[in-house]
Design a binder for this molecule. Structure first.
Ligand code: WT7
Length: 681
């Protein structure tokens, strides 16, 4: 190491991450977008300033219909469990369905797109949604005997019956807990137990990559496992993928399993009045899949949550009633709850529910769906964008669709990938929002307001109206915008979409999200309870927030903290590279060194030259300090079912430590292949 280099290393302060990755240039949203946007008044940031907090959020509550208007906008008496719109009575099912009938009953609420292209797309009108929600609610109430406050676990695929089931629960105040359909029976059992559900609602089968998968099988495992831990599931309600026909090989269990289709014969024509519920009642639980420990049920409120997702859907997603909106996420994640179901339907949009994978049967599928349904708002994650870019970089140009607005969500997007999304998918004509938020937060935290702010690739944007981020270093000092340093990003104020607590574990809620930066644990003032997101971030002088990933996703080489994302972003500058993941490898002297994993775009072969080019790109973009120990060109990355790269698994392979359980991965077989390559066994 040269003298100069050594000096640089020793003088680097602890809090310094990602100062190397420069800010990108602004790109203005297209004028055609701004001309029609729901929100173009810059004064919104004054109206939603901290001085006007919390009353500013009346604007969001007023997007909904209330049976009884609330009297107290924010009750902090049980801080940090905050209550919004106290005194109000409301129903989510009414707001997403009934209230649209007078003007829009013939409009499509849900476009259900089966994975098999030869199957008919189903267009569920608001009137039909109303009928089906009522008839299913009648089953919940009269057959199951469920009532407000009871929990029900759903383990359903991406079909129209999933939002129908959720809205039927919401109609009665039953708390739904939808478990991602791709999760195992065991994962479902854990959530049944934690929520204390006595009913499981599932579907017999669904399509995934062209295969009709037996899904009922998982219900049997879930119920058996739950029983072992003392949680009895009384009935399993089974929707049929093809009504009237059973599509699973696993037999129905006599006395326990029952077809929804059979039960519906008794509820045809039934109407169930929506129950007016207190604003602070629980709408649903959403378990986060934490890598260790027991899953946490993020408990989301009715009035606050619904107001917040309606407001952000209108102003950040820019949804107008005439739009066709397609969010590719799974409803089993919070993105689907907030921005496929509750937000868009509260605004009377047409929302697309697609059953399958975006690349089935070929790289053009997503763009055909967009073309044929005339989708104009498109919402997906960097992992899907990278996959689509990898297998079909030129596909979008072949289809005639017109996006006015596109979203990226879920992880930081590399500027290279952002540009492909903008230029190729959006054809340079769509505004992009990079929305940063979490399961716990219910809705967006940071994003540009697309009708007001310019875009900046790789940056989410400033806090959305009413969200006031602040960055603290490890000692609790504020890291000001423009400092060029990263820290722990927190939100100074509560907001209506924020979760109420972790289901059944208030202590863990306080400990994990508030304890570290709480100014006074006995305080009943919201000002003393900043919300800690657990993400590391840099805030530029213009207030734009760049998320570097979880606080733990930091690689510390010789006391030099490197954000994993900036290294990966540098690797993506090499044109052949489709995906990159970096992990720390133990090193006697440096502490750790980075190991870089790379997956290539199709048509490219792994070679020593390519590995060198990746290494060189990192040295050029970041510096010699970041030079990887080794660049591994792998056939594919190990990924979670939601598409996140499992750096933990790669790290274990690089370090030769225990890989742990990989059976919940989307592609467990790849682990062995990579292990062979790296460890030679
Ligand atoms: C974590 C939350 C947001 C709903 C889906 C994921 C990361 C999320 C972004 C973004 C950079 C992002 C953060 C966050 N993340 N969105 N736009 N840019 N990072 O919800 O599973 O609860 O994950 O995802 O690290 O904390 P989740």
């Amino acid at each position: 190491m040269s003298e100069e280099k050594e000096k640089e290393v020793t003088e680097t302060s602890e809090a310094e991450i990602a100062v190397h990755w420069g800010e990108e240039e602004y790109i203005n949203p297209p004028r055609s977008f701004v001309a029609q946007a729901n929100l173009t008044d810059e004064k919104v940031f004054e109206r939603f300033s901290l001085e006007n907090f919390p009353n500013c959020f009346k604007e969001y509550a007023d997007l909904l219909d209330w049976y009884e208007y609330w009297h107290t906008i924010l009750d902090t008496s049980d801080a940090p469990c905050f209550k919004w719109f106290v005194g109000g009575k409301i129903n989510a099912s009414y707001n997403c369905v009934d209230r649209h009938l007078a003007k829009n009953k013939n409009k499509t609420a849900i476009h259900f797109v089966p994975e098999l292209e030869e199957e008919k797309v189903e267009h569920v009108t608001y009137q039909e949604l109303y009928v089906r929600v009522n008839e299913f609610a009648a089953i919940l109430r009269d057959y199951c005997g469920l009532k407000a406050g009871d929990r029900v676990t759903l383990h359903m695929p991406m079909v129209a019956e999933l939002p129908i089931t959720m809205l039927a629960c919401a109609r009665l105040g039953i708390i739904h807990s939808q478990v991602f359909g791709g999760f195992s029976g065991q994962a479902c059992a854990d959530r049944i137990i934690d929520s204390g559900s006595e009913y499981l609602i599932t579907m017999d089968a669904y399509y995934r990559s062209g295969q009709l998968i037996d899904h009922k099988e998982k219900a049997d495992i879930a119920v058996a496992q739950a029983a072992k831990e003392g949680q009895t599931v009384k009935k399993v309600l089974v929707w049929q993928r093809y009504p009237g026909k059973y599509s699973a090989a696993t037999p129905m269990v006599e006395g326990r399993d029952v077809f929804v289709n059979e039960l519906l014969k008794d509820t045809y024509g039934k109407r169930i009045d929506p129950v007016p519920l207190p604003a602070e009642s629980v709408l649903f639980l959403m378990y986060t899949s934490g890598t260790t420990g027991k899953p946490k049920g993020a408990q989301h409120s009715l009035g606050g949550y619904l107001s917040y997702v309606a407001g952000t859907s209108k102003y950040i997603q820019d949804i107008h009633p005439e739009d066709v909106y397609w969010c590719m996420a799974d409803i089993g994640w919070i993105t689907g709850h907030s921005y496929i179901v509750y937000g868009p339907l509260a605004l009377c949009a047409s929302t697309v529910v697609y059953e399958g994978v975006p690349t089935y049967p070929d790289a053009g599928r997503s763009w055909r769906i967009a073309q044929n349904l005339d989708v104009n708002i498109f919402h997906t994650a960097p992992t899907a964008i990278r996959a689509l870019r990898k297998i079909g970089p030129d596909e979008p140009a072949k289809y005639n669709y017109n996006f006015k607005h596109m979203t990226t969500v879920g992880e930081p997007i590399e500027p290279e990938v952002w540009r492909w999304y903008y230029n190729v998918v959006g054809k340079g004509k769509a505004a992009i929002v990079d929305t940063w938020w979490q399961t716990e937060t219910g809705g967006f935290l940071c994003s540009t307001v697309p009708g007001i702010d310019p875009m900046k690739p790789g940056s989410a944007g400033r806090g959305v109206p009413g969200i006031h981020p602040i960055v603290y270093d490890n000692d609790g000092n504020v890291v000001p915008p423009g400092a060029g340093k990263a820290g722990n990003i927190c939100i100074q104020n509560p907001w209506p979409g924020m979760f109420q607590t972790i289901w059944g574990d208030r202590d863990r809620f306080v400990r994990q999200y508030f304890e570290r930066y709480c100014k006074d644990p006995n305080s009943k003032r919201w000002q003393d309870w900043p919300y800690m997101t657990g993400d590391a971030a840099v805030v530029a002088a213009d207030g734009y927030v760049r998320i570097l990933g979880r606080i733990d996703d930091v690689i510390n080489v010789s006391g030099h903290r490197l954000g994993t994302k900036e290294l990966e972003s540098a690797a993506l500058v090499v044109p052949e590279v489709a995906e990159a993941a970096v992990v720390p490898v133990k090193h006697e002297i440096k502490g750790v060194e980075p190991d870089m994993y790379i997956a290539l775009k199709p048509g490219f072969e792994a070679s020593e030259e390519l590995a060198k080019a990746v290494s060189a790109a990192i040295v050029k973009e970041i510096g010699a300090i970041a030079r990887p120990r080794k660049v591994w060109i792998v056939p594919d990355m190990p990924k979670t079912r939601s598409g996140k790269i499992m750096r933990r698994v790669l790290g274990a392979i690089s370090n030769g430590t225990d890989i742990g359980d990989v059976m919940t991965l989307a592609n467990p077989e790849i682990v062995e292949a990579i292990q062979k390559m790296v460890q030679g066994k």
